[in-house]
Design a protein around this ligand. Sequence first.
Ligand code: HEC
Ligand SMILES: [Cu+2]
Length: 368
Amino acid sequence: MAQHAAPQKVDLGPGFWPVTIALTIANAIISYGIVVFPFESLFGFMGEPAADIDLLFRFMSIVGNAIFVYVCGYLVYFSIVWRRRKSDPPGAIGIQVHDAPKLELWWTVIPAIIVLILAVFSVRIWANLQNAAGDVLTTEAIGHQFNYEFRYPKLKASVYDEFHLPVGVPVTVNVTAVDVLHSFWLPEMRIKADMVPGLVQTLRFTPEHIGRFHIVCTEFCGTQHANMRATVVVESKADFDAFLAKQASAAAAQGAPVALAAGDAATGQKTFAQKCTACHGIGGFAQKIVGPGLGQLAKDPDHPKLVTGEAPDAKGIAHILQAGYQGPDQSQGKNGPSLGVMPNQQANALSAKDIADLSAYLVSLSKK
Ligand code: HEC
Ligand SMILES: [Cu+2]
């Protein structure tokens, strides 16, 4: 049969070599563009291992680009050169090429070499990521709907929204979440970890530049997901120590009594609109957003008490605003359903005056 005869000479068409030269030039120009592309100045750079990861990305882009350029280029070229012509008899099919061992050898060997280089390259970077420079400073990053909590070894209270780190100090971050899946992406570090309730994952890196960098949640975690961002503040050792000292004294001042009588409902309404409406509406208890509706706290016969079990007066409200709450809905008995996490004073960034105002506002709603 014809297809088992000696391989016929394959006609590549009239423009094959000029097209190949053109594609090679295009490939070289784009590859040069990838090599000189200013990742660091465009996307920012916080320190190792970002440079390694950029290098890996450049390598992958160059290989991927070459495949794209030649495959698409020849696809277009051959479809034009060997297109169906008016003079072709009806039902004609193209030339069938079989058994080209040389070609098959090359299209196996070259990709195998590329994949091998990629494997060695990326495993090396991955290994660096796992055990970079020990852990001089160990911290925790915890995802919440919808903010980040950070813990430091010498600090009793957590810190929210700003993740302070000393420059040049290798840091280990244990990453987890309390409620749903979140993620902890440091774009200027080129690293990311999913934040999974019940699972602790470790990230290690060394911030090398003083400045402010992004933390972004990249896992859809609820209605306010798009606002779930925080900042890495890389600062000098002295500034970092000052930050720790300030946090420690702020934590000591927390829980100080709030002057409830000074609460102003009108101001409280404004604060509520800024800080609470992501999770609470002012309908009845059952009108849940993330937390329950707060419009009838003091006059709902089905919920005579707060979820904390306290009376729904200014004092009980102020208490849950200070301490936060997560646990059974005690107005439903000891084993009531847990509704989620009510963030504490620090997480909601509330001053004592804010708490007094908010309590006054919420109490006033029930009087309407
Ligand atoms: C991230 C979402 C979230 C934010 C932001 C939030 N809360 Fe809550 N809040 C909750 C959840 C969830 C509960 C229920 C907790 C439970 O039952 O375990 C709750 C409970 C409460 C309760 C008790 C309600 C009851 O019927 O017992 C009050 C009062 C309250 N929040 C006020 C506020 C105020 C005021 C703000 C703004 C400063 C605020 N919350 C911000 C989620 C939130
Ligand atoms: Cu999130």
